[in-house]
Design a protein around this ligand. Structure first.
Ligand code: SF4
Ligand code: SF4
Length: 179
């Protein structure tokens, strides 16, 4: 009787969930949500993810960048959310992540188009990342000639950049050698 009196006085102390939806608190760290349209393929989330739940790598044919997420490995730390420059991956409010029978249902993936190096023609980064950089060059107010110069630089793969630097340094030193 005493218990019934207390229930009547204070109401229910528990939630109806799972018979009714449960509203999570602000700042709740739920399942990371991925927005393909915002992703530029910078790979920052894959580098930051401590549990390898996110991997960003080239496909077998090396002609696409593949963003992969395995919710079964996620520890909800939020590092991907913190480092993503475009908010393409953010912790959401979904906590109901159980799947039936097939672990593949815990995964999701997306492919991004690659850009070719203007020197050697090898695919090396995403088209979206190049476009994102150019957009930001414009935002900082650089002149057209500077933007063109920077664009040329970012459209060159690391191997060709290295070769260009070596050539430049060699030229510089050969000028200084007395005959
Ligand atoms: S929340 Fe943490 S563990 Fe989960 S995908 Fe993001 S970085 Fe990886
Ligand atoms: S950090 Fe964001 S933009 Fe970069 S690859 Fe990950 S989801 Fe895409």
């Amino acid at each position: 009787m005493k218990l019934l009196d207390m229930t009547r006085k204070y109401g229910n102390a528990t939630y109806e969930y799972p018979f009714a939806p449960y509203d999570v608190a602000d700042g709740f760290r739920g399942k990371p949500e991925y927005d393909y349209d915002k992703c530029i393929g910078c790979t920052a989330c894959g580098v930051a993810c401590p549990s390898n739940a996110i991997n960003v790598e080239l496909n077998e044919a090396k002609d696409k960048l593949v963003w992969k997420f395995d919710c079964g490995r996620c520890i909800y730390c939020g590092r991907c959310d913190e480092v993503c420059p475009t908010n393409a991956v953010m912790l959401g409010s979904n906590f109901e992540t159980a799947v039936r029978f097939n672990k593949e249902d815990l995964t999701e993936s997306a492919e991004l188009e690659l850009e070719c190096c203007q020197n050697c023609g090898k695919k090396f980064t995403t088209k979206r990342l190049i476009a994102y950089c150019i957009e930001n060059f414009k935002k900082v107010g650089w002149s057209e000639s500077v933007i063109q110069e920077k664009t040329k630089y970012i459209k060159t793969c690391p191997v060709c950049k290295k070769a260009d630097s070596v050539e430049l340094v060699s030229k510089h030193f050969s000028k200084g050698v007395k005959k």
